[in-house]
Design a protein around this ligand. Structure first.
Ligand code: AMP
Length: 407
C-alpha cells in the first residue's frame, strides 16, 4: 500500500526536516488519516494501539498548530494537554514531542507521580506549550495552584481504555471539567469498552472516527506460536528456548508482579541477564530497568501488562507470553511490542492446562486458530502442522493482506 508522503499531508518544513532526521519515509495509516483532519481542526477518535505510530499522528499536527501562533500560555499554564495512563508512557510522549519538535521552539513539561514535585512546579512556572501528564499528580498540582488549565486549547487522552482499567476515569473527568469548552480534543484507545465510548461522547465534539485494526497493523507481521507447557515446567521451558541466541532482545509477559520478579530472578540465576518491570518498583528502578534493556545490558525484560503498556522499545526480537493474558486484547498489545514500524517479529505463548480458555478467547479475537505445539519444538524453523497449513490457505483466501506463514 502506498501512502501520500508526509509533505502532502500539509506538514511544515521544520517538522518534515525532523522526520527526515528520524528516517520516517512514509506516514503510517493512522498518520495518513489523522494528520490532515487534525491540521483542519477536527476532533478525532482514534482506535489504535501502540506500535501504529499514533503518537506522531497527534504530536505532529498539534506541534504545527501550536507553532503557527506565537501566543504564550502565561505563567503556570499550558496550551496543549496530553493525558497518559502511566508514567513511562508520559515520559515517552514528551520525548517524542522533543524529537519531532527539534526544529521548533516549543516548551514542554511532564508531570508524573512517583518523583519529586519541585522540578515539575518549576517547569510549569513560566508556562509551557505542551504539558504531558498522568491524571493524579496533575490534579494535585492544579489543586495547589501550581498548574492552571484555563488556557488549554488542545487535549489528547491517550490509551483511554488503560485509564479505565487503572481506575483513572474519575480523575480524567475532573481534569476535563477544568478545561475551556472551546478546544480541539482527541481520544485514543486500543479498544472501545462502553465506558470509553461514553467518555468519548462527553469529551469530543463531532469527532471523526479512525480505526486501525490490530490485525492489519501488527499481527500479520508476527510469527505466532503457542506451546503447551505445564505450569510447573514453564521456567525450564523459558530457559531452554532462551539458549537460542536468535532471541536477542526478549520481552517476557506475566500476569502478576510477583511472577515477573520470580521469573527475572530465575533467569538471572540461570546466567541470562534479565530485569523485571512492574508497578511495585519505584519510578527510578523502572527507568533503570528500561534503560538497561534498551541499551542491551539485559537481554530479557519481564513485565506485567500495565508496566509494559505504551513503552517504546525498538528491535524486540521475541515476545514470550509466560502466562496468557486474561483479556484477549492484551495479547494483541503484548505481541505488538515486536514487529514495530515495519519489522517482523516472533511471539511465543506458553499455555498450561488452566489457560485453554484464555487461548480460545484470543483465537476468537484474532479470527483464526494459532499454531500449537508441545514444549519440545524448535523456535527457529517451526514445522507447520497440517492443520496450520490448511488454516493458512483458508486465511489467505479470506484476506489478501495476510502474509504466508514464516515456515
Ligand atoms: P507509537 O505507535 O506512537 O508508539 O509508535 C511506534 C513506533 O513507530 C515508534 O518507535 C515510532 O518512532 C515509530 N514510527 C512512528 N511513525 C513512523 C513512521 N511514519 N515511519 C517509521 N517509524 C515510525
Amino acid at each position: 500500500m502506498t501512502h501520500p508522503s508526509f509533505s502532502k499531508l500539509g506538514l511544515s518544513q521544520p517538522i518534515l526536516r525532523a522526520l527526515e532526521t528520524e528516517r520516517y519515509a512514509a506516514p503510517t495509516p493512522i498518520q495518513a488519516r489523522a494528520i490532515p483532519l487534525l491540521l483542519g481542526g477536527r476532533d478525532v477518535l482514534g482506535i489504535a494501539q501502540t506500535g501504529t505510530g499514533k503518537t506522531a499522528a497527534f504530536a505532529l499536527p498539534l506541534m504545527q498548530r501550536l507553532s503557527e501562533t506565537r501566543e504564550r500560555a502565561g505563567p503556570t499554564r499550558a496550551r496543549a494537554l496530553i493525558l497518559a495512563p502511566t508514567r513511562e508512557l508520559a515520559i515517552q510522549i514528551t520525548e517524542s514531542f522533543a524529537v519531532y519538535g527539534r526544529n521548533l521552539k516549543l516548551r514542554l513539561a511532564t508531570i508524573i507521580g512517583g518523583v519529586a514535585q519541585g522540578p515539575q512546579r518549576k517547569a510549569m512556572a513560566a508556562g509551557v506549550d505542551v504539558l504531558v501528564a498522568t491524571p493524579g499528580r496533575l490534579l494535585d498540582l492544579v489543586k495547589q495552584g501550581h498548574v492552571r488549565l484555563d488556557k488549554v486549547a488542545y487535549l489528547v487522552l491517550d490509551e483511554a481504555d488503560r485509564m479505565l482499567d487503572m481506575g483513572f476515569i474519575p480523575d480524567v473527568r475532573r481534569v476535563i471539567a477544568a478545561l475551556p469548552k472551546r478546544r480541539q480534543s482527541l481520544l485514543f484507545s486500543a479498544t472501545m469498552p462502553a465506558d470509553v465510548e461514553r467518555l468519548a461522547r462527553e469529551v469530543l465534539a463531532d469527532p471523526v472516527r479512525i480505526e486501525v485494526s490490530p490485525k492489519a497493523v501488527a499481527v500479520d507481521r508476527i510469527h505466532q506460536r503457542v506451546m503447551r507447557v505445564n505450569a510447573g515446567d514453564k521456567r525450564a521451558a523459558l530457559t531452554r528456548i532462551l539458549a537460542d541466541p536468535a532471541l536477542a532482545r526478549v520481552l517476557v509477559f506475566t500476569r502478576t508482579k510477583h511472577r515477573a520478579n520470580r521469573v527475572a530472578k530465575h533467569l538471572d540465576q540461570a546466567g541470562i541477564s534479565a530485569d523485571a518491570l512492574h508497578g511495585n518498583k519505584s519510578q527510578n528502578a523502572r527507568q533503570q530497568a528500561l534503560q538497561r534493556f534498551r541499551i542491551g545490558k539485559s537481554r530479557v525484560l519481564v513485565a506485567t501488562d500495565i508496566a509494559a503498556r505504551g513503552i517504546d522499545i525498538d528491535d524486540v526480537t521475541h515476545v514470550i507470553n509466560f502466562e496468557l493474558p486474561s483479556e484477549p486484547e492484551s495479547y494483541v498489545h503484548r505481541i505488538g511490542r515486536t514487529a514495530r514500524a515495519g519489522a517482523h517479529g516472533h511471539a511465543v505463548s506458553f499455555c498450561d492446562e488452566t489457560e485453554t480458555d484464555y487461548l480460545r478467547r484470543i483465537e476468537r479475537l484474532l479470527g483464526h486458530r494459532l499454531d500449537v505445539s508441545g514444549a519440545s519444538g524448535s523456535l527457529r524453523h517451526p514445522p507447520p502442522s497440517k492443520r496450520a497449513v490448511g488454516q493458512e490457505i483458508k486465511r489467505r483466501g479470506r484476506s489478501r493482506r495476510r502474509r504466508p506463514a514464516a515456515a
